[in-house]
Design a binder for this molecule. Structure first.
Ligand code: CDP
Ligand code: MG
Length: 140
C-alpha cells in the first residue's frame, strides 16, 4: 500500500474539551505519523474557503460559524493508506452512525461538531495540505 499524506483537523468542539492529545494518541497507535501540526483560529472567511465544496448546502453557514468558533489543530498525517486509514479511525460523519471505538462515536457532540476532519481523496489531501502548510513545515 502506498505511503500517503492526509490533512486532519481537530475541530473546535474537541480542542474546547482538551481532547487533542487523546485524538493524536489514536492516530499514532494506528501507525499514522504526525509530520506537521499547528494550532490556529480560522477566520470565518478561511473556513468558508476551506469548505467551499459545500457552499450552497444547508449546513454550510452553521458549519463555517462552528469551525471559526474556537481554536483548531491542523495536522498532516503520514502513513500507508493514510487517507482511508484516517477516515476509518474518525468514523462516519454522523456520530450516531459511526462505528464504536472511532473518534466521532466516542467524542463527537453532533453531526456538525464531530471532533475531526480528514481529507477524502489524494486530490483533496494535496489541496487541503497546501491550504495550511508550506513544504518546509512538513517534516517526514
Ligand atoms: O467530514 P466528512 O468528510 O465526514 O463529511 P462532509 O460531508 O465532507 O461534511 C463536512 C462537515 O460538514 C462534516 O464533518 C460536519 O462537520 C458538517 N456536516 C453537517 O454539519 N451536517 C451534515 N448534514 C453534513 C456535514
Ligand atoms: Mg468531507
Amino acid at each position: 500500500m502506498p505511503v500517503e499524506r492526509t490533512l486532519s483537523i481537530i475541530k473546535p468542539d474537541a480542542t474546547r474539551r482538551n481532547l487533542t492529545g487523546r485524538i493524536n494518541a489514536r492516530f499514532e497507535a494506528a501507525g499514522l505519523r504526525l509530520v506537521a501540526q499547528k494550532r490556529l483560529s480560522l477566520t470565518r472567511a478561511a473556513a468558508e474557503q476551506f469548505y467551499r465544496v459545500h457552499a450552497g448546502r444547508p449546513f454550510f453557514a452553521p458549519l463555517c460559524a462552528f469551525m471559526s468558533s474556537g481554536p483548531v489543530v491542523v495536522q498532516v498525517l503520514e502513513g500507508e493508506d493514510a487517507i482511508a486509514r484516517n477516515r476509518a479511525i474518525m468514523g462516519a460523519t454522523d456520530p450516531a452512525k459511526a462505528e464504536k471505538g472511532t473518534i466521532r462515536a466516542d467524542f463527537a457532540e453532533s453531526i456538525e461538531a464531530n471532533s475531526a476532519h480528514g481529507s477524502d481523496s489524494p486530490e483533496t489531501a494535496a489541496q487541503e495540505i497546501a491550504f495550511f502548510f508550506s513544504a518546509l513545515e512538513i517534516v517526514g
